[in-house]
Design a protein around this ligand. Structure first.
Ligand code: DHB
Ligand code: MG
Length: 224
């Protein structure tokens, strides 16, 4: 039923005549063909993030976990003023992502950096602090879940005032609330939820989501 509602609502709120439809379909097909896992943000989730960015007037976004660049293409194609920097650990994924971005005609506004997220984000932090890069108004943390808090901690330091930080997959079918669960990804969820909740730099909330990716949820935080 969750998938049926997503399909019904998306087909009407984003008709196939929209300019980015071909690019998004191409990215999905090329990613599948290359054997990338089917874990990208859903169309409705990605469009929701893209609309939020537009409402906030964000000009620079940082994504950790490019995968096939579907979400990056969503964000950039729905926001002509937006520059997206996206970090990908797997060089093969990054190759697929770059081709998808090129097909979408967005190579000038979507920058893909290959490397371990935590190393790259620390380098980006230095560049921001040195004035070589602008601060980011939006973050989408969607990579190795064990590092959720480490990513978040750096993000809060290089965000614009009232910047928005979103962490994907913090609920995992409710497993986050099962204290006996010791999966490293669940521990990564709890760590970012609990640390963000007591961090004076931000105000945060967890929102559960359902849809064609099942039951999961986001941590959202606004930087003070
Ligand atoms: C997984 C990772 C994701 O980023 C996601 O959105 C869904 C699932 C996973 O590793 O299982
Ligand atoms: Mg995810």
């Amino acid at each position: 039923l969750w998938t049926a509602v997503d399909e019904y609502a998306f087909s009407h709120s984003h008709p196939t005549s929209r300019p980015n439809t071909k690019a998004l379909q191409h990215a999905a097909e090329a990613s599948k063909e290359a054997g990338l896992p089917n874990i990208a943000a859903s169309s409705s989730q990605a469009k929701f993030l893209a609309i939020t960015i537009r409402a906030l007037g964000v000009t620079h976004a940082l994504e950790i976990g490019t995968l096939g660049a579907s979400t990056a293409i969503w964000l950039a194609s729905e926001n002509p003023q937006l520059h997206v920097t996206s970090i990908e650990y797997d060089p093969g994924n990054a190759e697929v992502a770059r081709k998808n971005v090129e097909f979408a005609g967005l190579s000038d506004r979507v920058e893909i950096i290959v490397g371990a997220g935590i190393d790259v984000i620390r380098e980006l932090k230095q560049e921001v602090l040195d004035g070589k890069r602008p601060r980011f108004g939006f973050f989408f943390i969607d990579a190795d879940k064990e590092n959720n808090w480490n990513y978040f901690d750096v993000a809060a330091d290089i965000a614009t005032k009232r910047g928005l930080i979103v962490v994907d997959n913090v609920v995992r079918q409710g497993r986050v609330a099962d204290a006996s669960n010791t999966d490293a990804r669940i521990i990564g969820s709890r760590q970012v939820i609990e640390n963000a909740g007591k961090d004076a730099r931000v105000d945060s909330v967890v929102l559960q989501t359902v849809g064609d990716k099942g039951h999961d949820g986001w941590l959202w935080a606004v930087v003070n």
